[in-house]
Design a protein around this ligand. Structure first.
Ligand code: GLY
Length: 404
């Protein structure tokens, strides 16, 4: 299948989404920091984070709702990053939010209008999922013209959304784009919700109606709320007619930085491509986290930052990039995204210094660990390194288990 709608850049998609909802009376909020003003959350992971108290009824706004383009970091799927086309540790999330001012019918109708009339996505490629028992949302999509065989029901894992263990949550309805059978796993059961790249989930519409408590109970919220999250990079992949986030305008430019530094061409070698994708992704997380005041450390968000930095350095070594290199990525990120997120420009020197210090520290760790590992491998009798040696490498040398 080839795309049969006009191509759009990431910047154009961002503007179109935000303008559409601003014209309908929702108020534009800037992205909040990656460091949430919420002790229950390590890092900002969704547009709704900054509106938690509005959902809980502790704050009100005079407008019918809010919109934002939120910078997010999620590392729960870190092993999928680069392996498939759609998982990222850093991404931008476009969202519209309402705290009783917009009905479910209206929110779905706007979502439908935006994707079919403004972005002009063909209805036969669109699929919708609803929470198992949510007949109401099923009927709303049907009334908007979605065919019965393009709506399916999924359980809690897919269609009940929470930002964290506690806080506002609720059933959700996800919108998928069918990238075509050539991108699928070929299984007869392949359908929206499958792990392969065929059905790309790009917009999640959450009907936030509960406040999750520490003991697991769900307390009904004062209002019926809306919280939607559209993955900007995923939408860019759809609008640019490419299979993966890494081939969209912004991320492809970062993959190109790696191609230049390593002297390789993307698309020629699977292992090399994986490394190029991981570094492209992680470099954005690292830049934005430092710009928001996070320092590399051994716990909490500092550990998340250090882990991402070190994974990027390791992957770079695998494709022959040595020494200080990450600042080349940062320069490109600043060029591509600095107009939307001025904090990455203002904190350029901090980003530069912290990254180079970590490159030096981890480079030394890798060299020492490598020497110990080579000695241990030289003495090996069978073909399996003992758990004790892997432990020493990790515990004494700080050598990452995944490298061992
Ligand atoms: N808050 C909705 C989402 O992140 O999917």
């Amino acid at each position: 299948m080839s795309a049969d709608y006009p191509s759009m850049t990431t910047a154009e998609i961002r503007s179109k989404f935000l303008n559409f909802f601003e014209e309908r009376g929702l108020k534009l909020y800037p992205s909040s920091s990656l460091v949430p003003d919420d002790p229950s959350l390590l890092l900002a992971n969704a547009g709704m984070n900054q509106f938690k108290e509005y959902y809980q009824g502790k704050k009100t706004m005079k407008e019918i709702g809010a919109i934002s383009c939120q910078k997010c970091v999620r590392t729960n799927d870190i092993d999928c990053i680069g392996e498939d086309g759609r998982h990222l540790s850093f991404f931008e999330m476009l969202g519209d939010f309402s705290f009783g001012g917009v009905s479910k019918e209206q929110a779905c109708a706007w979502a439908f209008e935006l994707i079919t009339k403004e972005f002009k996505l063909p209805l036969d490629r669109l699929y919708f999922t609803v929470f198992t028992e949510d007949d109401e949302t099923h009927d709303v999509w049907r009334s908007l013209g979605v065919a019965e065989d393009h709506i399916s029901r999924l359980g809690e894992d897919d269609n009940f959304w929470r930002a964290g263990p506690t806080g506002p949550c609720g059933p959700c309805s996800e919108i998928y784009y069918d990238q075509g059978p050539e991108f699928g796993c070929g299984s007869p059961d392949c359908a929206p919700g499958c792990d392969c790249d065929r059905f790309l989930e790009y917009w999640n519409c959450v009907f936030t109606q509960y406040d999750g408590q520490e003991d697991g109970t769900l307390v009904p919220l004062p209002k019926k709320n809306i919280d939607t999250g559209m993955g900007l990079e995923r939408m860019a992949a759809i609008m640019q007619g490419v299979q993966s986030n890494y081939e969209t305008d912004v991320l492809r430019s970062l993959v190109a930085v790696g191609e230049r530094l390593a002297g390789v061409t993307y698309g020629e070698d699977a292992e090399c491509d994986l490394a190029l994708r991981i570094i492209a992704d992680h470099s954005r997380s690292v830049t934005f986290m430092i710009a928001d005041g996070i320092l590399p450390g051994n716990e909490g968000r500092g550990y998340v930052l250090r882990r991402l930095l070190r994974r990027a350095i390791m992957k770079a070594q695998l494709i022959g990039i040595e020494g200080h290199f990450l600042n080349e990525y940062v320069d490109e990120i600043v060029r591509l995204m600095g107009d939307v997120y001025p904090e990455i420009v203002e904190n350029r020197e901090l980003e530069r210094g912290l990254i180079m210090a970590e490159e030096d520290r981890f480079g030394a760790t890798l060299r020492q660990g490598q020497a110990y590992l080579e000695e241990a491998l030289g003495k090996l009798e069978g073909d399996v390194l003992s758990g004790e040696e892997a432990f020493t490498l990790h515990d004494t040398y700080g050598f990452p288990v995944e490298v061992t």
